[in-house]
Unconditional design. Structure first.
Length: 151
């Protein structure tokens, strides 16, 4: 049976390995152990893991800024996809946001990630065509891009 429970920093190594396998975009600062520990402390009980026989087969990071929720690094181990684990992780994260009084949630997905985008569409995350996503780095970071971006 798959158990869904809040992610703790002790799950970091297994979660990181899964993010690499799943092709989530990472960087050396935010996704370091310290970076994830800081994130989990700031957003307690909002990020979840799916565990099967002691193995982490799914992860979702979730947090909010007091106004808008954000979902990051959702992933399910390749051998366990299309079993509803991703949906369950999203549902749990959305419930956690609602409990905090958060009314909307955003996420970013690489355009090339067709499967990921279809998943989000199926979960009711609509594409905002009226916005430009803008970003400014405040520190130097090394990006660890998924393989599909390198092609
Ligand atoms: C995206 C991801 C988390 C989905 O996890 P999952 O456990 O396989 O998803 P679910 O089984 O809950 O799927 C729910 C529904 O989403 C849709 N869906 C999921 N994966 C899909 C895919 N690759 N292509 C098209 N639709 C998909 C389907 O409608 C599915 O329902 P169905 O299986 O009854 O048809 C998983 O494929 C993954 O880890 N991908 C790599 C990492 C990634 O892209 N993460 C998102 C980054 S923004």
């Amino acid at each position: 049976m798959i158990v869904y429970r809040p992610m703790t920093i002790n799950d970091y190594e297994a979660a990181y390995d899964l993010w690499i396998v799943c092709g989530n975009g990472l960087n050396n600062k935010d996704d370091s152990r310290e970076g994830i520990e800081k994130y989990l402390k700031r957003n307690p009980n909002m990020s979840y893991v799916a565990v099967l026989d002691g193995e982490i087969v799914g992860v979702i990071l979730c947090g909010h800024d007091g106004r808008r929720g954000i979902i990051q690094h959702a992933c399910v181990s390749p051998g366990y996809r299309r079993m509803g684990i991703g949906k369950k992780l999203v549902d749990i994260a959305l419930e956690a946001l609602k409990k905090e009084g958060i009314n909307k949630v955003l996420l970013v997905a690489f355009k090339k990630n067709e499967g990921g985008n279809e998943f989000w569409e199926s979960q009711g995350f609509t594409l905002r065509e009226d916005l430009n996503y803008r970003n400014k780095a405040l520190a130097e970071m090394i990006r660890i891009d998924p393989e599909y971006l390198k092609q």
